[in-house]
Write a protein that binds this ligand. Structure first.
Ligand SMILES: *[C@@H]1O[C@H](CO)[C@@H](O)[C@H](O)[C@H]1NC(C)=O
Ligand SMILES: *[C@@H]1O[C@H](CO)[C@@H](O)[C@H](O)[C@H]1NC(C)=O
Ligand SMILES: *[C@@H]1O[C@H](CO)[C@@H](O)[C@H](O)[C@H]1NC(C)=O
Length: 277
């Protein structure tokens, strides 16, 4: 009886060992999320993320390489101190104290920091299964310019089509250009792309709901890495112009604030006009 019990538990142990072995050999430590920005400007601090899942096999080491050259390693160890080591390589100034096994910070990147970044994770014994993921970072030295919006007309009538172009003035790279109409994303069909990478068009109907107190505010945003520059244009309704004409016929009274200003001007000019007669 006791013999049977022990052979039974032996069998269970054997089964568990087998399952662990199979699971370990197929899974290992997995990279679950690699985040390397695709673009940055010279002088930026750039954070690289390499997240891994070590539920099935503990981490033996995690290393970062740029174009095949190692610049960071993390080797956890139970009996020795954990090693977090930054190796100097050309174009990389690792902020060692801010870096950890899941996040590495590169201080003040330069053009030479451009390259192919690889995170490599090795699982613990007995398999030492190695996995890696790579992504390319481009670093530019030209600062981001405010884009230019063209095509705005002086006034629009309701249901007119409003057609604008936004063009980047950068020559070294193509920033991402996006539009907003009254701070909201336009519909996909209202955005025109494809002429060249530096210009994005906008084409939408000036519906009555679009004019807020007679004005539609359109922004074009240029973005590269974490940098954003915005151009703004205000589009006025013909209706508003007509209203202002009735208010005093003064030119340049475009915004709400100006309407008040125009009325004040008329009020002060009226007695003057009387005096001159
Ligand atoms: C690994 O463990 C973490 C936390 O214990 C859990 O959130 C995650 O879902 C697990 N991953 C897998 C693949 O089981
Ligand atoms: C980046 O490096 C990895 C590993 O060496 C390689 O597999 C990958 O093709 C490289 N990617 C590019 C875009 O060069
Ligand atoms: C926008 O640019 C395209 C291509 O250069 C041009 O065909 C189109 O007329 C431009 N639209 C406006 C509103 O300037």
């Amino acid at each position: 009886m006791s013999f049977n019990m022990s052979s039974m538990s032996d069998l269970i142990y054997l089964l568990i060992a087998l399952i662990v072995l199979i699971a370990g050999s197929t899974l290992g430590a997995q990279i679950t999320d690699l985040r390397v920005p695709s673009q940055a400007l010279a002088g930026d601090d750039v954070t690289l993320h390499c997240d891994y899942d070590d539920n099935d096999s503990h981490l033996y080491s995690l290393k970062w390489y740029k174009d095949g050259l190692e610049f960071y390693r993390h080797v956890p160890s139970s009996h020795l101190d954990t090693i977090d080591q930054c190796s100097p390589i050309s174009g990389i100034d690792t902020k060692c104290w801010e870096s950890s096994e899941r996040k590495v910070v590169l201080g003040g990147v330069v053009r030479d920091s451009s390259g192919n970044y690889t995170c490599e994770v090795i699982g613990d014994h007995p398999h030492f299964k190695k996995t890696s993921k790579s992504a390319v970072l481009n670093v530019y030295s030209q600062s981001l310019e405010i884009p230019v919006i063209v095509g705005a007309e002086e006034y629009y009538q309701e249901l007119d089509y409003i057609k604008l172009n936004c063009t980047s003035l950068n020559s070294e790279y193509n920033p991402l250009l996006t539009w907003t109409i009254n701070n909201q994303k336009p519909m996909l069909t209202e955005v025109l792309r494809g002429w060249n990478k530096l210009t994005v068009g906008l084409n939408f109907k000036a519906g009555i709901d679009k004019f807020i107190k007679g004005v539609i505010t359109v922004h074009c945003m240029a973005q590269v890495g974490q940098h954003i520059k915005v151009a703004e244009v205000n589009l006025y309704s013909q209706h508003l112009q007509a209203q202002q004409y009735h208010l005093g016929g003064a030119t340049g009274c475009v915004r709400d604030g100006f309407i008040v200003l125009c009325m004040a001007t008329i009020a002060t000019l009226a007695p003057l006009h009387f005096l001159l007669q």
